[in-house]
Design a binder for this molecule. Structure first.
Ligand code: PLP
Length: 388
């Protein structure tokens, strides 16, 4: 039996590496308080109304008339209908059979590679590490587009040849930099993708943090339905990092080699995935109701306020940060002559502050760290006092 040797070409998974380092540190320094501004996991508890909804749904499983077995592989219609309505409120027409409920964006953004062969992936550097890692593990070619001051931390197709097709990963607002593409900038990508028969994977895991008029869905842009797949998550907008629920929109008009990618993804999900639990989907449906949206808004505001406090404090303390109000992350230039892993060790050992070293998001992230605003307010305030 031959194994996939690509698994050894790749470094460890970034967030596991950080978790291991922190665990090791905690064992060495039992009394040190840890300020976790690292991994980007939510900290606010779930609202009791949301939990009541899920509890009621779970209790349905105790009655013969309401018991449910396997969920539909692509999700229950009640949740898909709620998603259709959410798109409609944004002026976007998506039909119910274009929506695939998943157990989070992480799985879909990586598993989608199963639909394609001989992939050349186009990935921003720095960005969410799963895009690069999943392509390396599959042995795919990768083109990294550096994000830096000179391009305003935004990727554009201008350096790419129009002679071939690509799988293009767009994360807007970008994790980790927070840079957000405007309508015109996304339009350029859509034109390029349609011209080259490429596919855009639009990861909008952070769309609920957008404050300005940047698109919250790639389908706000004309022409996107013939070149884009949108991947969304309830993790950050509704605190579902543990519950696990997300969805992917594959338009029916999206074809390559005369084959519908919607049908292919349906086939994929029915084979590789057995659906999300009923009570979790009921919770996600509630999140999309007026009442649920209001509850989530409060939590999102809390994290946004955390981000504002961090940004304001760091700017006043002469740290160089990327000015983005659309992101729960703060991207910071390291003020000392250290690599990002050295600065990670420095912050952890000196203050107990956990950050994410920029190089973990790609070589282009070297010289930077990312702080997460998903932390508790008191930890944000304490971290501010220490980072001067
Ligand atoms: N996409 C991006 C850009 C992320 O930052 C994350 C998680 O942090 C994910 C996807 C994964 O989200 P989920 O929890 O839905 O798997």
């Amino acid at each position: 039996m031959k194994i996939n040797e690509c698994y050894f070409a790749n470094k460890n998974y970034l967030f596991s590496e950080i978790a291991d380092k922190v665990e090791h540190f905690k064992k060495d320094r039992l009394n040190q308080k840890i300020y976790n501004l690292g991994i980007g996991d939510v900290t606010l508890p779930l609202d009791t109304k949301l939990v009541d909804v899920m509890e009621r749904a779970l209790k349905e499983q105790t009655h013969i008339n309401t018991f449910k077995g396997y969920p539909p592989e692509t999700g229950y219609d009640f949740l898909k209908n709620a998603i259709v309505c959410t798109y409609a409120q944004m002026g976007i027409k998506i039909s119910i059979d274009e929506i695939f409920i998943s157990n989070g964006a992480g799985c879909d953004v990586t598993n989608i590679l199963n639909l394609f062969k001989d992939v050349t992936a186009v990935i921003a550097d720095p960005t969410y590490p799963a895009y690069y890692d999943s392509n390396v593990l599959c042995g795919n070619d990768v083109i990294l587009l550096p994000l830096n001051k000179s391009n305003d931390y935004k990727m554009s197709p201008s350096s790419l040849s129009t002679d071939k097709s690509y799988l293009i990963y767009i994360c807007s607002p970008n994790n980790p930099t927070g840079a957000t593409l405007s309508h015109d900038e996304i339009e350029k990508w859509v034109e390029f993708a349609n011209l080259t028969k490429s596919i855009i994977l639009f990861d909008n895991a952070y769309q609920c943090f957008i404050e300005d008029n940047s698109p919250k869905s790639i389908f706000e842009v004309d022409g996107a339905k013939s070149c884009a797949i949108e991947i969304a998550s309830f993790s950050k907008c509704a605190g579902f990092t543990n519950l696990r629920c997300g969805y992917t929109v594959v338009p029916k008009s999206l074809t390559r080699q005369d084959v519908s990618l919607n049908s292919m993804w349906r086939r994929h999900q029915c084979t590789f995935f057995n659906g999300v639990p009923y009570h979790i989907q009921k919770g996600a449906e509630y999140v999309l109701s007026d009442e649920g949206k209001e509850i989530c808004k409060n939590n999102i505001e809390y994290y946004k306020q955390n981000a504002k406090i961090l940004r304001q404090h760091l700017s006043n303390s002469n740290f160089e940060i990327l000015p983005s109000n659309n992101s729960p992350y703060v991207w910071i230039k390291i003020p000392l002559d250290m690599t990002s892993w050295q600065y990670f060790d420095f912050l952890l050992s000196t203050y107990g502050i956990v950050c994410v070293p920029g190089s973990g998001f790609g070589v282009g992230g070297e010289g930077y760290i990312r702080l997460s605003a998903f932390a508790k307010r008191e930890d944000i305030l304490d971290a501010c006092k220490m980072l001067t």
